[in-house]
Every structure is written in structure tokens, then in C-alpha cells.
Write a protein that binds this ligand. Structure first.
Ligand SMILES: [Zn+2]
Length: 355
């Protein structure tokens, strides 16, 4: 019977050992990962260029995204230090719905939920100090809006002000004089002046003067030479054109913004090493992309990642889940798929190509 005893002992060891391994994995990854596994996106699926090169994917519905209810129960705690979740928004409306249009109610609920989870909203000035080596509050969040729509002034900014939150609006200065010609009205100089007078911590920063339009699936007027009457700009003409545009944009904002005009958001999140250099030469210290991630001091300051809160699919819980996950497993964020991170109306300004 010795052989039977040996067999039973061996079997027992396997069972106990297996359970121990399972328990160890569970404890290591935590219960949340057990729910959704550790499915990851490949690098090839993530870059902005890939996203723009393919035809737009069918819009996702909320039910197709991983559930986020369990994030309701995560206690208020320190999630991260020495990082900033830079939130990205575009447009806001209580009546219209779209890829990058969210309702005022959703925006307010996102801010309130993040705060209830211990997130601390910082200003662009605090972000600058952080990038230069100063401490930043734990769970730091910076709110940014692209395109300078008038609803930033009428709707988003009041919601933030009511909560003592100051953010930054990246504005297209060429739109100051074309308010009536674009589909979504843009802030005027007067509106910006009155907003910045009421809250000196809110800032406006450049988003180009006249270069916010696509010239192909993968390029815009900032990132590639233009072709006029079949003739392509020379490299010198190209650099002169985009440098001049940036200088105009920065000069116009210097008369409005009380703090340094030193931050920039790349239209469509598109940029090249050449553009980075031009942006740097223009005096920009911090340039924001649409790449998903938390900002750290070690990042290239001219390629700062952001997290898109400006989609109707991003519930308060989903936004929190996304920040939580970007901190825990950067690059393995299931809660904000590419289609949601890059959702938007990328052709909104294509009309500009013809003017
Ligand atoms: Zn934009």
C-alpha cells in the first residue's frame, strides 16, 4: 500500500500547490483584474497615426465597454504621487450629442465623482511647477479643453468655477474674427478677458492661429507641407509658414493671458519631430497630445499624454477607472478603448481647406 500512499500524497501536494499559486496570483493582481483578466492592447493599435490612417471604426455603445460599477466602491485613497492626470475635453452641449460633445451634467458629475474619490484638481501654473521639479498634490488632475469653443466660456468654465477648479482652454486665435463662419461658435477676445479677470488661474493657451485643418487622413496644416496648385511647399517655406502661424497665435494670446504663453495642444494630437522643434523654438515648454496616459516629470514635455473625459461614453466611474488603470498598468487600460480616447469630429474644420 506504500504506492497508494505515495500517489495520494503526490496528488494532495498538487492540489494544495495549485490552490496556493491561484491564491498568490489573486492577491498579486487584486480582485479587479480577476474580473476582466489582463487583456492588453498591442502597441500597433494605440498610436494616433494608426488611428487616423484607418477608416473610422463603428461607434461603440456603452454596453460594449467593460463594466465600471465596481469603481464606485473603491475608497478615497492615495492612488498616485508625482503624476498628473491631464483630462482632455472639446465640446459641450445639453442638446447635441456626438463623439466629443458631452452634456454639462455629465461634466459636472465627472468632476464631483473624481473629487469624491480623492482626486485633487490643479492649475496649469501648478503643472508648470510640477514639471520643473516642485511637488504636486497626490492624485493630481488638470482639466484641459481644446478648440476654444464659446461653450467653454458659457458652460464649462462656470461649472468649474463653482467648484473652485481652474483649467486651460487651448484656443485657435484665427477664429476670433470668424465667429459667424464656423459651425460651433468660438470664444471672443472679450469673453476671454472677462473670464480671466474673474479667475486668474484659468488660462488660454495656443492651438494654432490658422492651422487646425486636416490635409489628409494622417496630416494637418501643421504637420505637413501644403500643396498649392500642384506645387509642394519647400522645407524652408513649410517651416516659415508654421513658425509664423505659431508666433501670431502666441502674440495674440500674450495680450490676453496673464501667465506665460508657453503651453500648446497639437491639433488632432498630430505632431512630428520637426513640429516639436518649431514648437520649442516658438517658446513652448509644454505640448499636449491625445496619447493616453498620466503625465510624469520624466515625460518629454513636448509630448504630454492626456486622458479623454470628453466623450458621452465616459461616465464618471469610467473616467475614474481610466485614471486608476493608467496609474496601475500604463498601456493596459481597458476602460478607455482607442475609439473612445480618440473619439471626435475630426472633419469638423475640413471646410477650412478651401478658404
Ligand atoms: Zn483641436
Amino acid at each position: 500500500m506504500v504506492w497508494l500512499k505515495t500517489l495520494l500524497l503526490t496528488l494532495g501536494a498538487f492540489i494544495v500547490g495549485g490552490a496556493a499559486v491561484f491564491l498568490a496570483l489573486y492577491l498579486d493582481n487584486g480582485p479587479l483584474e480577476q474580473v476582466f483578466g489582463t487583456q492588453t492592447r498591442t502597441e500597433a493599435e494605440s498610436p494616433v497615426a494608426e488611428h487616423h490612417a484607418s477608416s473610422p471604426p463603428a461607434p461603440l455603445s456603452e454596453s460594449e465597454l467593460p463594466p465600471v460599477e465596481q469603481f464606485n466602491h473603491i475608497p478615497k485613497t492615495k492612488l498616485y504621487d508625482d503624476h498628473v492626470a491631464v483630462l482632455m475635453y472639446h465640446d459641450m452641449s445639453s442638446t447635441e450629442k456626438g463623439g466629443d460633445i458631452i452634456t454639462p451634467d455629465l461634466f459636472a458629475a465627472q468632476l464631483d465623482f473624481l473629487r469624491s474619490k480623492g482626486m485633487n484638481f490643479i492649475t496649469l501654473e501648478q503643472f508648470r511647477s510640477f514639471m520643473e521639479g516642485a511637488a504636486v498634490p497626490e492624485n493630481a488632475v488638470l482639466v484641459t479643453f481644446d478648440d476654444g469653443y464659446e461653450n467653454f466660456y458659457t458652460t464649462a468654465y462656470p461649472i468649474m468655477k463653482e467648484r473652485g477648479i481652474s483649467g486651460v482652454s487651448f484656443v485657435i486665435t484665427g477664429d476670433f474674427s470668424k465667429k459667424a463662419m464656423v459651425y460651433t461658435p468660438h470664444m471672443t477676445r472679450q469673453e476671454i478677458q472677462s473670464m480671466l479677470a474673474a479667475d486668474p488661474n484659468t488660462e488660454v493657451q495656443p492651438h494654432t492661429n490658422h492651422l487646425h485643418y486636416k490635409t489628409s487622413e494622417t496630416t494637418d496644416a501643421l504637420t505637413a507641407p501644403l500643396v498649392k496648385d500642384g506645387v509642394k511647399e519647400s522645407p524652408g517655406e513649410y517651416i516659415t509658414r508654421i513658425s509664423g502661424d505659431l508666433a501670431t497665435c502666441i502674440d495674440q494670446l500674450k495680450t490676453l493671458n496673464k501667465r506665460p504663453v508657453d503651453s500648446f495642444a497639437y491639433p488632432y494630437g498630430l505632431y512630428t519631430p520637426e513640429v516639436e522643434q518649431v514648437v520649442k523654438d516658438a517658446g513652448i515648454k509644454y505640448a499636449f497630445t491625445t496619447t493616453l496616459g498620466l503625465a510624469s516629470r520624466n515625460d518629454n514635455p513636448l509630448a504630454i499624454p492626456r486622458i479623454n473625459g470628453g466623450s458621452p461614453l465616459v461616465s464618471p466611474q469610467r473616467l475614474f477607472a481610466s485614471i486608476y488603470w493608467e496609474n496601475k498598468q500604463p498601456g493596459h487600460n481597458l476602460y478607455l478603448p482607442d475609439e473612445v480616447q480618440h473619439s471626435g469630429r475630426e472633419d469638423i474644420r475640413s471646410v477650412d481647406v478651401h478658404r
